[in-house]
Design a protein. Structure first.
Length: 373
């Protein structure tokens, strides 16, 4: 639902009831991931999408029925039909389950506060019960970045604590996902399926080396939603004028800056300096940190020499195995812009465990299912 938070925020602040249709399960080549939503208000205004166009009309009509009839939440499944050309289905061949429910902001005021957080750029998670006891279906609970919990009565204290814990964990990881809760004596006697929608702070891309490649990489990194920092020990090169697309430009020794800044499992570290006096202390630190990606620019000869220097510096083999060098996928890139695309392509493939090969070379579903842990 957070994909349409701006509009939902406006409706909630105006105490404007609406029907919310949420993708709660996907299989095959369904075009949009779980958590994506479409909403319909009493005037017939629609915002968002659940399938990229395939089944929007049917979901819109179902939303109007739920909204106007004040019906309980209901689930519908949509899939491909080759027997009836006019059947409502997904032409991509996948299947998706959609939960449609009526939202009255007066009954769930915490949603307004959650959308306040989203529109202000602050992290928040909204947990939505998508399967379980009928009286709890569609109920929500929100967790803010500081760990505060606000709920719409998702059940007893044990349920709320369990749901809040899972929502907080996924928020810290910056992931939207479906989790199963309960079914045992330690949490709650009945099993709940909960979809946790997260709006996390932007992941970081740390680019070391104020070179031309860094300019192109900072631009595409910001386009992809990263908070981009360019760092170089040489103040004459590390200037905001040279890197207008970076959120931060820092003149400092790379390893010293990395040691003092915040990183997490979503952070991408890109080393473009080509200089051992910068690279070795930086990589010795970076490869031991819980970051998501470490890539280093250089030729294969430079990479081999760099490995020797890192081994001499005491970096263990399991850390060296984390290093992507030479950086990027083999796209035949030459220009800084093409090289930047090859780098973010590798980061994307690594993040989502993609192969990096052309889709035309493979079989099976195009879209990978994401599961929460």
């Amino acid at each position: 639902m957070l994909n349409i938070a701006d509009t939902l925020h406006t409706w909630c602040r105006a105490a404007h009831p609406f029907a919310l249709a949420t993708v709660v399960q996907v299989s095959g080549s369904a075009p949009l991931p779980i958590g994506t939503a479409l909403a319909v208000d009493a005037d017939g205004t629609v915002v968002g999408s659940v399938s990229g166009g395939c089944v929007e009309g049917a979901v819109y009509e179902l939303g109007q029925q739920v909204l106007m009839g004040d019906e309980p939440p209901t689930q519908a499944r949509f899939g491909y039909s080759d027997d009836d050309a006019f059947a409502v289905g997904l032409t991509c061949g996948g299947e998706l389950d959609v939960l449609v429910q009526r939202i009255d902001p007066a009954d769930q005021p915490h949603l307004t506060a959650a959308f306040d957080e989203v529109t202000s750029g602050r992290p928040v998670a909204v947990a939505q019960i998508i399967d379980g006891p009928e009286e709890l279906l569609g109920r929500t609970l929100s967790v803010t970045g500081d760990g505060s919990t606000q709920d719409g009565a998702v059940g007893g204290e044990d349920w709320e604590a369990a749901v809040a814990a899972q929502a907080g964990a996924l928020l810290r990881a910056g992931r939207t996902g479906r989790v199963e809760i309960g079914g045992d004596a330690t949490t709650c006697p009945e099993r709940l399926s909960v979809l946790v929608h997260t709006h996390a702070s932007r992941p970081r891309m740390l680019i070391f080396g104020a070179v031309d490649f860094a300019g192109a990489l900072s631009e595409i990194g910001r386009f992809l939603g990263y908070r981009v920092t360019v760092c170089d020990a040489r103040p004459v090169f590390a200037t905001p004028t040279r890197f207008p697309h970076a959120d931060d430009v820092v003149a400092d020794w790379p390893h010293r800056y990395l040691a003092a800044t915040e990183v997490d499992a979503r952070t991408a570290v890109c080393v473009l300096t080509h200089d051992a006096k910068f690279d070795i202390p930086l990589l010795r630190l970076a490869l031991g940190l819980p970051v998501g990606y470490v890539g280093v620019m250089g030729s294969r000869r430079t990479h081999a020499h760099r490995l020797d220097l890192l081994r001499e510096a005491g970096v263990p083999e399991e850390h060296l195995a984390r290093m992507h060098s030479p950086i990027g996928l083999d796209l035949g890139a030459h220009t800084p812009e093409e090289t930047a695309i090859s780098i973010v392509a590798e980061i994307t493939a690594h993040t989502h465990q993609g192969s990096g090969t052309p889709l035309s070379w493979s079989t099976g579903p195009i879209h990978r299912q994401r599961t929460a842990s």
